[in-house]
Design a protein around this ligand. Structure first.
Ligand SMILES: [Zn+2]
Length: 263
């Protein structure tokens, strides 16, 4: 995903685990021919929503990258840090595209090549968003703290989801047990909750970025709408991720209730 707090990459991996594990675990739990329509509906809706948001995000970013401003992403990040009195956060360039993130451990704002060097509204918006996370960190923003505290638990849960996926491919019988399904649902509950907690963190970082861009006069009013639009679509990727995660969780909770009833 595009504008990421360090753990956002991680968050992505969690989402991928959800998506990847579903086709294996569900059929194996229910038997290949008994897959209910609700499974396909959730799967289909998730796929369509993700594709729609990510393609819109790409299109909007390409558009807003055409709007040239005076400063590069790196300069914007530097100015925003200084104006918040933050002097112990470094700005570094990282490889790749859409790899931007803030790392609270090393206290670095990591900007992808194009965001770092280019001077357009999309780059400025992404850079300011990442500094938004640095400001959250400096001010001990409660949702960021809470999210950081969850990371060890989410690590364990997502690791276990990986095992579940492998297990369900090689040992279908293991997934037939109600206890395994319960464990699986518990892991999904942790990662879903994490995706939910990510939302206020991301939305707040964008809010801080836009407020600062307006205050500092970095962008004209037209550019400001562009920056807002770019960050809106970036936030939508997190919204879709959290919603699909919640839908999948609900689905497996229903499965679990069904399994228990049969026993
Ligand atoms: Zn972010």
């Amino acid at each position: 995903m595009i504008v990421a707090l360090d753990v956002d990459f991680f968050n992505n991996k969690v989402m991928m685990t959800h998506l990847l594990s579903m086709p294996f675990i569900t059929p194996l739990t229910l038997g290949f021919f008994g897959i209910p329509i609700s499974y396909w509906l959730i799967m289909g809706a998730t796929m369509i929503a993700s594709l729609w948001v990510s393609s819109t995000l790409k299109r909007r970013f390409a558009e807003h990258s055409q709007a040239i401003i005076h400063f590069t992403g790196a300069q914007v990040a530097e100015m925003m840090l200084r104006s918040h009195g933050i002097n112990d956060v470094r700005i570094i360039q990282v490889n790749g595209h859409l790899t931007d993130h803030y790392d609270p451990v090393s206290k670095t704002v990591n900007l992808s090549e194009s965001v770092y060097h280019e001077n357009n509204v999309a780059a400025a918006a992404v850079a300011a968003h990442e500094v938004g996370h640095a400001v959250q960190h400096q001010q001990a923003y409660k949702w960021l703290n809470f999210r950081s505290k969850m990371v060890p638990a989410v690590n364990i849960a997502s690791q276990m989801l990986n095992y579940f996926m492998i297990m369900s491919m090689f040992g279908a019988a293991m997934m037939q047990s109600g206890f395994m399904l319960l464990l699986f649902v518990a892991c999904m509950a942790v990662t879903t909750f994490f995706a939910m907690v990510t939302l206020p963190v991301e939305i707040d970082a964008s809010r801080r970025a836009l407020a600062w861009m307006e205050r500092s006069g970095i962008s004209s009013s037209i550019d400001h709408d562009r920056a807002k639009n770019a960050l809106h679509w970036a936030a939508m990727t997190y919204v879709v991720g959290a919603l699909s995660s919640a839908a999948m969780l609900l689905y497996y909770v229903m499965q679990l209730l069904g399994t228990n009833r049969d026993e």
